[in-house]
Every structure is written in structure tokens, then in C-alpha cells.
Design a binder for this molecule. Structure first.
Ligand SMILES: [Zn+2]
Length: 290
């Protein structure tokens, strides 16, 4: 893992960050990163925030100039609106001042590691929308819309800006290496190559490309699968730790009959006698009747 380049100021943020270290035994980087981001998302209560609401708050605060910088005070005002709205719906879960502090802390760590006290409006939006609650393709649509021009098309530079802001999220967790590093150029190229190097792409073309889960962004669809799997209970028993029912992701061998593994055993690479790690497994994040 890369060394951290940022400071975590709030004591709760320090606690959270330290707790993420026990996820380092997860063998697969996309899952490791997604599970870390999921924990972060919950700690910031952003798992309660509807994508649509996020977008409405940006409009309400007239945050339309994406290339402008926004100061800490204005970020706090915007976050206060977001969390006050959440508090109304989830009284027991949302502590407004704490959430505002934590989320501001996170945003600055991700987008202003040099602590200039300002972040780009677009970064604020991409960061908060990436961690909001919603359907995955709806999220892709919102993200695309932020960087697209008035014709609702997006050129290479605009896609680059989107990917750059998005990849700062895993980068701040020390998890950027697996996603091609901070250089998003190869991803931008792959997207436009898929679209015959047209000068601009539509939202549909962007979504079709994201469906292929490009290396720099794969953590985002995996984050959504992790969230979906969280409450899944499978009527199956883990062949290794004997957990039954399996909760979370369930892995089923394509080679051995009736061989199921829970996510904790699968991620840490535990195997039962006679089953090799490289044998193909199929992943279920929602219960199926097999
Ligand atoms: Zn297990």
C-alpha cells in the first residue's frame, strides 16, 4: 500500500482510519477498496443520502460553476443543509455537527490535502455523489451530467476531470495502485477508443463503457455490490468456517458440488481440503435458490 499523504484530524476519523487496517487481509483490491469505502460511507452517513437529494442541495446552494473554488465556510453551509435534511428522516442516526465535521474532514483530505481551505465545486459534487445512495446507473448518469457540456455530451478532457475527481476517493485510502495509479489517461483513451474516437460521447456511451467496469473505476460498481450483499442471507453453509446461513457475498464452486464459501473466508484466501484457490467460483450478492 502507498503511504498516506493526508492527515486525519477528527479523532473519530482517526479511529475509523485505524479500523480500516484490518481489511488489508482482503486479497482482491477492488473488494478491499470497496469495503473500506463502504465503511467510510456509513461513518459519514452518506449511505442514507439519496442521490437525488444531493443534487437538489447543490442546486439550492447555486453550485453551478464547476470549475470554481469553494471555501470551507461554504462547504460547511452545504453540508449542514444535507445533514439537517438527513436528521429529519433518521433522528437516531445522524448527529449533524459531528457528520458535518467528519464529512468536511474527509472532503479536505481527498481534495485539498495541501489544506488551502478551498476545493473545486466539481470535486465536492463528484465526491458526495459517488458516496450517495442510489442505483448504480443512476449514479453514472448524475456523474456524467456534472461534467458534460450544455449539449449533454462529454469530451476527453471532461471525462478526464470526472475520473480524476472520482479516483481521489480510493487514492486517499492508499488504494490507488490497483486502479492504474493516479494517471487516468489510459481509461479516458479506452472509453473513446470503444466509441471510435469520436470527439464527444453521450451518456449512454459512457454508461455502456462503465458497465465493462474499467480498471480505474471498478471500485464503484463493487461498492454497490458490497452494499447489496450486506443484508443478503443465503441458505447455505460455509465449507470452511461453517457459518450458516452465509451472510454477505456467497461464493459457490463451479468445480465441486455443494461447495460454498462465505465472504470472509473467500477474501482471506482460506480453502478447505482438496479445493484450490484458483478453482472458478461464482459470486452471489443476493440470495438464489441453488
Ligand atoms: Zn467462512
Amino acid at each position: 500500500h502507498e503511504t498516506q499523504t493526508t492527515c486525519w484530524d477528527h479523532p473519530k476519523m482517526t479511529d475509523l482510519f485505524q479500523s480500516l487496517a484490518d481489511l488489508n487481509n482482503v486479497r482482491f483490491s477492488a473488494y478491499r477498496t470497496a469495503i473500506k469505502i463502504r465503511r467510510l460511507q456509513k461513518a459519514l452517513c452518506l449511505d442514507l443520502l439519496d442521490l437525488n437529494t444531493t443534487s437538489e442541495v447543490f442546486k439550492q446552494h447555486k453550485l453551478s460553476q464547476n470549475d470554481q473554488l469553494i471555501g470551507v465556510q461554504d462547504v460547511i453551509t452545504c453540508l449542514t443543509t444535507i445533514y439537517s435534511g438527513l436528521e429529519e428522516k433518521h433522528k437516531d442516526m445522524v448527529n449533524v455537527p459531528l457528520c458535518v465535521d467528519m464529512c468536511l474532514n474527509w472532503l479536505l483530505n481527498v481534495y485539498d490535502s495541501g489544506r488551502t481551505g478551498k476545493i473545486r465545486v466539481q470535486s465536492l459534487k463528484i465526491g458526495l455523489m459517488s458516496l450517495s445512495k442510489g442505483l448504480l446507473e443512476e449514479k453514472y448518469r448524475y456523474l456524467f451530467k456534472e461534467v458534460a457540456g450544455p449539449t449533454e455530451m462529454c469530451d476527453q478532457r471532461q471525462l478526464g476531470l470526472l475520473l480524476h475527481d472520482a479516483i481521489q476517493i480510493p487514492r486517499q485510502l492508499g488504494e490507488v495502485a490497483a486502479f492504474g495509479g493516479s494517471n487516468i489517461e489510459p481509461s479516458v483513451r479506452s472509453c473513446f477508443q470503444q466509441n471510435h474516437n469520436k470527439p464527444e460521447i453521450t451518456v449512454k456511451e459512457f454508461i455502456d463503457w462503465m458497465r465493462l467496469e474499467p480498471q480505474s473505476m471498478v471500485w464503484l460498481p463493487v461498492l454497490h455490490r458490497v452494499a447489496a450483499a450486506e443484508t443478503a442471507k443465503h441458505q447455505a453453509k460455509c465449507n470452511i468456517c461453517k457459518e450458516c446461513p452465509i451472510v454477505g457475498f456467497r461464493y459457490r464452486s463451479l468445480k465441486h458440488f455443494n461447495y460454498d464459501v462465505c465472504q470472509s473466508c473467500f477474501f482471506s484466501g482460506r480453502t478447505a481440503k482438496g479445493h484450490k484457490l484458483h478453482y472458478p467460483m461464482v459470486e452471489y450478492c443476493i440470495p438464489v435458490s441453488t
